[in-house]
Design a protein around this ligand. Structure first.
Ligand code: TRP
Length: 340
């Protein structure tokens, strides 16, 4: 394979109401990759993906700005990373069209997310929902991204991205698109509900006590941790001892992720403690780390002009990468007339 610049791309849908699961499961890891300085990093709000199902226009715009505020408050630096809204960089949609003509119907039909989302009423789903993974491949490959951090549920879409790259390269006899590597997030970063350790933390849970919202203030955060469901046993000294105790394990995972330690390090500190002793420590840690993020997010969300300026600048920087890659793609495919 040709040499590709090490470049990370990832994205999240602007669906509103960000919580600790979004922070620990995705954003914090993206920030770590940015700060490691080993790769260029491009982070995206995927509004074109969001509209594959109906979105109220005002709510979509608000959720996109909220997500941008969340990224920045979490530590994504719009100077060190390229931070964009997908629709503002037209090459994503343009490359997606080419990929719609590379990908096969049968490949798309096998996608489990398509089957889950379309359900029994597939005839009434949007054509965009069916094509969703080809747009995702375009998001990644329009940057020649080499690494993509995602949750386990996106693994199949990344395999499809590789299949599209391979078929394009093969059909046109080129070595143009890289075979992107997935960077799958581990189970310890999967944050569960504070009320039921068997369910993922979710914005759609009716109980606000089940989640820590990224905009919660320090007092609310500490209160939710203190009231989190647990069991009556003390904490074991080894992680394996948490089997069958999903609530306890979740709190330990959260402590490890927030403090940047391994679960084994955390267990050696907290083994033998009662929850009456453990919870105040976790409450303090969570309030200390998440409180300032929430405050910064609220500040940014009140400054729409600042967000829009950052996104315009991000789009401009992104296009320095995407425009030449799209132009080259068009040339490979045999398209003329764009002046390139
Ligand atoms: N489909 C991803 C999700 O739902 C979001 C996404 C869109 C994405 N384009 C991407 C993630 C490109 C990684 C790379 O989580």
């Amino acid at each position: 394979m040709a040499d590709f610049t090490p470049r990370v791309f990832s994205g999240m849908q602007p669906s509103g109401d960000l919580h600790l699961g979004n922070y620990l499961g995705a954003m914090k890891r993206w920030v770590d990759m940015q700060n490691a300085g080993t790769h260029e990093t491009v982070y995206c709000m995927v509004d074109l993906h969001a509209i594959t199902v109906w979105q109220d226009p005002k709510a979509l715009a608000a959720a996109t700005r909220e997500l941008c505020a969340g990224y920045i408050a979490a530590g994504i630096d719009p100077e060190r990373s390229i931070l964009i809204n997908q629709s503002a960089v037209p090459e994503h949609a343009q490359l997606a069209w080419v990929f719609n003509c590379v990908a096969r119907m049968g490949w798309m039909q096998r996608m489990t997310q398509w089957k889950d989302k379309a359900g029994k009423n597939a005839q009434n789903a949007s054509l965009g929902l069916f094509a969703y993974p080809a747009l995702m491949a375009a998001d990644i490959l329009v940057y020649h991204a080499t690494h993509v951090p995602v949750g386990d549920d996106q693994k199949q879409h990344l395999e499809l991205t590789r299949d599209i790259a391979i078929k394009f390269n093969h059909d046109f006899g080129v070595d143009f698109f890289p075979e992107t590597e997935p960077v799958i997030e581990g189970a310890a970063t999967r944050v569960m509900s504070l009320r039921d350790g068997s369910k993922k933390m979710s914005k759609s849970d009716p109980s606000d006590m089940s989640r820590i919202n990224m905009t919660d203030d320090a007092d609310a955060i500490a209160n939710k941790i203190r009231k989190a469901r647990t069991d009556p046993e003390p904490l074991p000294s080894e992680y394996v001892g948490l089997a069958g105790r999903p609530e306890a394990r979740n709190l330990v995972n959260i402590m490890a992720a927030l403090s940047g330690r391994s679960v084994d390090q955390v267990m050696s500190d907290v083994g033998g403690m009662q929850f009456g002793q453990f919870k105040p420590q976790l409450a303090e840690l969570a309030a200390e780390t998440m409180g300032p993020i929430g405050a910064e997010m609220s500040r940014l969300m009140d400054d729409q002009a600042e967000i829009d300026r950052i996104l315009a600048r991000g789009a401009e920087r992104a296009r320095e990468i995407t425009a030449p890659i799209l132009a080259k793609t068009y040339e490979i495919v045999g398209m003329v007339g764009s002046g390139a």
